[in-house]
Design a protein. Sequence first.
Length: 365
Amino acid sequence: MLKIFLPILLFIHGMIHILGFLKAFQFAEINQLTQNISKPIGIFWLIALLLFLVTAIQLISNNGLWWITGLAAVILSQVLIILFWQDAKFGTIANIIILLSVITGYGFWGFENIFNNDAAVNLETSSMIEKNLLTEKNIEHLPLSVQKYLRYTGVINKEKVNNVKIIFDVEMREKGKDWFKATSLQYNFFDEPTRLFFMKAKMFGMTVPGYHRYVEAKATMDIRLFGLFSIVKQSGEIMNKTETVTLFNDMCLMVPATLIDKRIQWEPIDSLTTKAVFTNRGISISAILYFNESGQLINFTSDDRTAISDMKQYRFSTPVKDYKNLNGRNVPTYGEAVWHYQDGEFVYGKFNLKDIKYNLKSSGD
């Protein structure tokens, strides 16, 4: 709604400033402006118009720095309004609305910039790690079902993966509530297991950003209203273990080349089922991986994840399907996140994969 209403307001409010320019240069008779306007001041009315129009264009084109131009426009506009208060005072209402939007824009930018800076630092470190090929010899210690999966995904004789960038279209819900849509961008790193996940949820007609951060086996979740005010903030031992499961889930489903990691212990159950125990900095979690005859991983379950809604531990699963070849590797493009409550299964997340890239050197790759 903001992206529809605000550009329209910026355009209309900006165009009103043309009246001061026209009167100053006597290009038209403007009866609404009774005070005299000099030509130098008329130029400032024109500049204010241009600033508002540029702000509208930046907003429409998703330029995250639109709020800087918008702030300059509001300041200049309000100074002119004060100078010509008798004729222009009602423009203050529009400026207040725009200023509040600018503050929100700054909040979003600042919050997302924390995520972007974290990603940039980790990408710089990750890009310096030597990349060797993943060979058959690297997987010979794995259970046969996992070996078959790695061959199916096409990771053999390709570079080992140090980092990954993943983009999803998401639908999520809480129990008893409606679905809401979101987009997510994440970076995972595997030398030092790290997961940086930034989501923009569409709720109540507005965008609500959230940042899940897992670094050195310490996890935080921060969801902010307008990017400024934390409405959900979680950390601590329960979050650390929960997000260790999430990280390992990403490794299994989206980056199978990382399953040669020495921090994983494998316990084959049968030809299509394998148990894995992943340990990171003293935190151990276990999961069951389910494969089909084609070699595809089709489900992942773990009893070591806690639901944030009630801080209770339930079985967690992520059935996946629709494998496609993206950037030379076969990956599932649709998955669900499921809680197995006592009264039955509850699908709380649907994930449609939009893009995945491996071994990036910078966020622009």
